[in-house]
Design a protein around this ligand. Structure first.
Ligand SMILES: *Cc1c(COP(=O)(O)O)cnc(C)c1O
Length: 398
């Protein structure tokens, strides 16, 4: 099919929930993707922080192919080898003790919200169910997740929203200490906010959150769906801070491109779930977990996270260079290969011009360019991307 045919078919039959760009991608390899006409793009979107190993990493492809030939799906009524192994790998490389598997980030956060409520009620009574989240957060699109997501644009039209959520400005220790109270069962935060504009938590903020949660016997939950799994230059973003959560959630990069999510908790918290309390038909299925095992194995053992730290610092330097040249660049921020460039102008046209020149980037909150390339990206690829972006920004200036 041609791009035009794919776009026409989509417009005719697929529900209009996405503001799609006029581009149909059909193939990917490493940090590059191709459209139906064979035009090549350098991919600094990476499936929205999903394809951290690049597209079609051979180890993930092989794991999926061989598991697909062996056993794709069985129920969680039975024990599943790749599920047990992936849980072990996540636990051995984090502060968590037990893993619940699901299929997406929203589901992982749903599981965390349910577990926090259950834990709160067991330890603090029926009224201990309030969850505090941050303005500009993003936690997914289910009803509870949009309620946790403290941005009206995701909530509007879907009221009534579930009760028991309270919002505070991000990185404001004062506001958080005023908000936490004996009814708080959890504080849910992204160590680096993604959709909200690549906002990095300060160490004081996460430390204060930890202390407040301890004081009020509330759980600290980190949503690491986007910033986790090597994206920031450490396996988990909280490892930059020396602050351990009681629960953290994963998805996006976990399956190397295959859908899978996970909620990881400390043992004292995990025991609040009894058999029957939570479940997912597909969650932790053999195929998804085989993909996850391969993907996380590569992240941990092939120097990918170190590369994210190194090349991320390089990309940040290059973006700061651009910020020096163009007065409409307000700020460059982020950690590792999760970087944002805040503009004083709209970013839409820049995204589209970059695309014309073979670079995919994305824009959040209308004016913040976001760079979330595969973690395996090279300095040469960064130079290529920055050259394209610089050309587009220079054109905008005129
Ligand atoms: C993408 C994202 C989610 C939602 O993940 P889905 O897989 O789309 O449900 C949740 N939290 C954060 C921080 C995300 O970036």
């Amino acid at each position: 099919m041609t791009s035009a045919e794919i776009i026409e078919l989509t417009d005719k039959y697929v529900m209009r929930t996405y503001g799609r760009l006029p581009l149909a991608l059909v193939r990917g390899q490493g940090a590059r993707v191709w459209d139906a006409e064979g035009k090549e793009y350098l991919d600094f979107v990476a499936g929205l922080a999903v394809c951290s190993l690049g597209h079609c990493h051979p180890a993930v492809v092989e794991a999926i192919a061989s598991q697909a030939r062996k056993l794709m799906h069985v129920s969680n009524l039975y024990h599943i080898e790749p599920q047990a192994k992936l849980a072990q790998l996540l636990v051995e490389n984090s502060c968590g003790d037990r893993v619940f598997f699901c299929n997406s980030g929203a589901e992982a956060n749903e599981a965390a919200i349910k577990l926090a409520r259950k834990y709160g009620k067991i330890h603090g009574g029926q009224e201990k169910y309030e969850i505090i989240t941050a303005l500009k957060s993003f936690h997914g699109r289910t009803l509870a997740a949009i309620t946790a997501t403290a941005q009206p644009k995701y909530q509007k039209g879907f009221e009534p929203l579930p009760a028991g959520f309270k919002y505070v400005p991000f990185n404001d220790v004062e506001a958080l200490s005023r908000a936490v109270n004996p009814s708080t069962c959890a504080v849910l935060l992204e160590p680096v906010q993604g959709e909200g504009g690549v906002n990095v938590a300060t160490p004081e903020y996460l430390k204060a959150a930890r202390e407040l949660c301890d004081r009020y016997n509330a759980l600290l939950i980190f949503d690491e769906v986007q910033c986790g799994l090597g994206r920031t230059g450490k396996f988990l973003a909280y490892q930059h801070y020396g602050v351990e959560p009681d629960i953290f959630t994963l998805a996006k990069a976990l399956g190397g491109g295959f859908p899978i999510g996970a909620m990881v908790a400390k043992e004292k918290v995990a025991v609040a779930f009894s058999p029957g309390d939570h479940a997912s038909t597909f969650g932790g299925n053999p195929l998804a977990c085989a993909a996850g095992l391969a993907a996380v194995g590569c992240l941990l053992n092939e120097g990918v996270i170190e590369n994210a730290a190194r090349v991320g610092a390089y990309l940040k330097d290059r973006l700061l260079e651009l910020a020096g040249w163009f007065s409409f660049v307000k700020e460059v921020r982020g950690l590792g290969l999760m970087l944002g460039m805040e503009l004083t102008v709209e970013g839409k046209e820049i995204v589209s011009k970059c695309q014309d020149r073979g670079l995919l980037i994305n824009c959040v909150d209308n004016h913040i360019l976001r760079f979330i390339p595969p973690l395996v990206i090279t300095r040469a690829e960064v130079d290529e991307a920055v050259e394209i972006l610089a050309g587009v920004l220079a054109e905008m200036k005129q």
